[in-house]
Design a protein around this ligand. Structure first.
Ligand code: HEM
Length: 343
């Protein structure tokens, strides 16, 4: 009986070792892949043997790109968010329209808005030269989001890897699951809870709006007709409000852009939270973290405005949590050769 058990354990361990060397990792804790019984977790060491240069390659492309276009850091961070909230972090957002794919790129939240696809292509083609058919597009997006945060002055974290790429996209999922900028606090929490994320994750991850910009169309309602009475949002600080009106006219100008954190738009810091406390958050979804009906989110905005270290720590934890949303692992999905199409 004991002998039988021992041989099962030994057989299992040898499978585990051989799969680990071929690029698979078993995880007994952390995120769970969709593998009917066996759990293949993500692991920071996933490419340790198969592509040890992966992160260096990502960082070298990012450094050159961001030196020329600082906003790209923000765009890549957002790309990971819009990927993970739709069928998990599986690079579904990168798929172009084709005979079998209806692209998420044309969803309401993404169209004329999400950027960074060419940068992901560049990283992918460098990685294909060095370690062919090894690093997934979903992991590239996650690595680019972390690298962009670091290069903007934000926190670093140990990033679990081993996501595989989906063979399908979901335009309807993209329209349904990404929260809109005019959301109430209740809406925002519903969107986040659907993904298994809580109030702390909502406030910390909203802190990504410390970098990047938003189009006039996404905050116009606050300036001209917040509640259907042709009045501005009364929570907007007056000088901020007048400044925004010059950038964002009542009619037209929908694609004019304003910084989400006008205090330090290129720097990943806690100014975003300080501005919210002064009525200078750009989007309604930023504002309601403080003025909505949920006391817990008010307290968190105040804490992160006071303590940048605490914000950085929680941002890193929540990014790991978001990055672990429903990954494809093990035998599910594939490693795409070209991030824009299935193999
Ligand atoms: C809480 C709910 C959220 C809402 C309603 C929201 C909404 C928006 C909107 C409307 C824009 C401007 C898009 C445009 O004008 O085309 C934007 C930009 C941005 N968002 Fe969010 N967002 C949310 C959460 C997040 C999260 C969780 C992250 C990342 C962790 C993120 C990162 C960014 C970044 C970095 C930008 C600037 C992108 C650029 O400049 O290209 N957002 N967001």
């Amino acid at each position: 009986m004991h002998f039988k058990l021992m041989s099962v354990v030994i057989a299992f361990l040898s499978v585990k070792l051989s799969l680990a060397h071929s690029g698979f990792h078993f995880g007994w804790s952390g995120s769970h892949g969709r593998n009917g019984g066996i759990s293949f977790g993500l692991s920071p060491q996933f490419y340790q043997f198969s592509c040890p240069q992966a992160n260096d390659i990502v960082m070298s492309v990012l450094e050159r790109t961001i030196a020329k276009d600082m906003r790209m850091a923000a765009s890549l961070l957002r790309l990971h968010f819009h990927d993970c909230f739709v069928q998990g972090c599986d690079a579904s957002i990168l798929l172009d329209d084709s005979a079998t794919i209806v692209s998420e790129k044309n969803s309401g939240p993404n169209k004329n808005s999400v950027r960074g696809f060419e940068v992901i292509d560049k990283i992918k083609s460098k990685l294909e030269e060095v370690c062919p058919h090894t690093v997934s597009c979903a992991d590239i997006v996650a690595l680019a989001a972390r690298g962009s945060t670091v290069l903007s002055g934000g926190p670093n974290w140990e990033l679990p890897l081993g996501r595989r790429d989906s063979r399908r996209a979901s335009l309807s999922g993209s329209n349904k699951n990404i929260p809109p900028p005019n959301a109430t606090i209740e809406n925002l929490l519903t969107f986040f809870k659907r993904q298994g994320l809580d109030e702390v994750d909502l406030v910390a991850l909203s802190g990504a709006h410390t970098i990047g910009v938003a189009r006039c169309a996404t905050f116009k309602q606050r300036l001209y007709n917040q509640n259907g009475n042709n009045q501005p949002d009364e929570n907007l600080e007056k000088s901020f409000y007048f400044g925004l009106k010059t950038m964002c006219p009542k009619s037209g100008g929908d694609n004019f852009i304003s910084p989400l954190d006008f205090g330090s738009p290129r720097m990943f810091d806690n100014t975003y939270f300080k501005l919210i406390l002064r009525g200078k958050g750009l989007l309604n979804s930023d504002e309601v973290l403080l003025t909505g009906s949920v006391e817990k989110t008010h307290q968190l905005v105040k804490k992160y405005a006071q303590d940048e270290g605490l914000f950085f720590e929680q941002f890193a934890l929540s990014m790991i949590k978001m990055g672990n949303l429903r990954p494809l692992t093990g035998f599910n999905g594939e490693v795409r050769k070209n991030c824009r199409g299935v193999n």
